[in-house]
Design a protein around this ligand. Structure first.
Ligand code: AHM
Ligand code: MG
Length: 335
């Protein structure tokens, strides 16, 4: 019986595809894999280990942190810092970025941005959550302390991005700009195995994922898109089907596998959108594009937005090309 390639083997086999083939990025990805396994373990036993519930503090965005948010944040930071390949890290859970400048970081070329536990409102009810990561090469000179500009790069500069999904199976999905590849965790062996090489968004899909409870706040173009998805048109396979988990990673993952589009628009409750450009929208956009899909802020390519703040938010429309373009069309009609 032929066995699947492990994530470690795949990374080594594909080192030549990395823009800077020095093995640093491989080591960085393997640190993410290790931290992901640790977080997975914690999530699986959360109900027994008294690590459910609120941590009793708020993050920089004024959102209350769950205990697992804090735990996942600590695990990713300590594992990544340990390796010495990164000179800085920014996280949804930390107001400011971290500067790593110990001896082992003095030749470090990369910065990482993470959402350590995305969809954390779902943790306490045993629904899928995820981790999102985005990796850039620093702009400032190697050997100097990392600066804000190293983090405020447009998404098109990403050298790698991905997510872990802690679902019925745990998976790690990533891209280094040469396709989007998925690996499933075998808990008995403790390894991730290549299960979904070259994941693909279909050209068009009939799932739409949006928090429709906010309908009254949506821009006119989005209201029209939603009404369009619900109209009867047998030739165009409408009405569409609505699926919304409330975990970006889970909604994105399902839509990539089954065909659909994810929407988080602007609205009066979140005037700039809810999702964070640097560690939610951009990494998902990179993965979507590498899988033949599309990611837009409604008027243009998300990955071309020039960030001005670490935690800035953006409207986000992502998934199958045809439907993302339809959303852009409706928004432009109502401009
Ligand atoms: P989080 O990072 O604090 O969990 O917030 C991001 C999450 C996304 O995973 C999800 O798609 C969205 O927020 C859900 O928001 P809402 O509850 O407003 O529908
Ligand atoms: Mg999040």
């Amino acid at each position: 019986m032929e066995r699947h390639t492990t994530l470690g083997e795949f990374i080594i086999q594909n080192q030549k595809d990395f823009p800077y083939a020095k093995g640093e990025l491989s080591s960085l990805l393997s640190a993410i894999r290790l931290a992901g396994k640790m977080v997975n373990q914690e999530i699986n036993k959360a109900g027994l280990a008294e690590i459910r519930g609120k941590a009793g503090q708020e993050n920089v965005q004024g959102e209350s942190q769950a205990k697992l948010d804090v735990l996942a944040n600590d695990m990713f930071i300590s594992t990544l810092k340990d390796r010495g390949e990164i000179c800085g890290l920014a996280s949804e859970e930390l107001e400011d970025f971290l500067v790593f400048n110990e001896e082992k970081h003095k030749n470090a070329n990369y910065v990482v941005l993470i959402d350590p536990l995305d969809g954390s409102s779902n943790i306490d009810v045993d629904i899928t959550v995820g981790t999102i990561f985005s990796i850039y090469r620093r702009i400032s000179p190697v050997g100097t302390p990392v600066t804000l500009e190293d983090f405020l790069q447009p998404g098109i500069n990403q050298v790698a991005a991905g997510y872990l999904i802690y679902g019925t199976s745990t998976m790690l999905v990533y891209t280094t700009g040469n396709g989007t590849h998925g690996f499933t965790f075998d808990p008995g062996i403790g390894s991730f195995f290549l299960s979904h090489p070259h994941m693909k968004h279909s050209e068009s899909g009939r799932i739409y994922s949006i928090n429709e409870g906010n309908y009254v706040h949506f821009p006119q173009g989005i209201k029209k898109f939603i009404r369009w998805t619900q109209e009867l048109n047998e030739e165009e396979n409408r009405p569409f089907t609505s699926r919304y988990i409330g975990s970006l990673v889970a909604d994105f993952h399902r839509n990539m596998l089954l065909g659909g589009v994810y929407l988080y628009p602007t609205g009066t409750t979140s005037p700039k959108g809810k999702l964070r450009l640097l560690y939610e929208c951009n990494p998902m956009a990179f993965l979507a594009e590498q899988a033949g899909g599309k990611a837009s802020d409604g008027y243009g390519r998300v990955m071309e937005r020039i960030p001005t703040e670490l935690h800035e938010r953006a409207p986000f429309y992502c998934g199958c090309k045809t439907e993302v373009e339809k959303i852009e069309w409706f928004l432009n009609e109502e401009k």
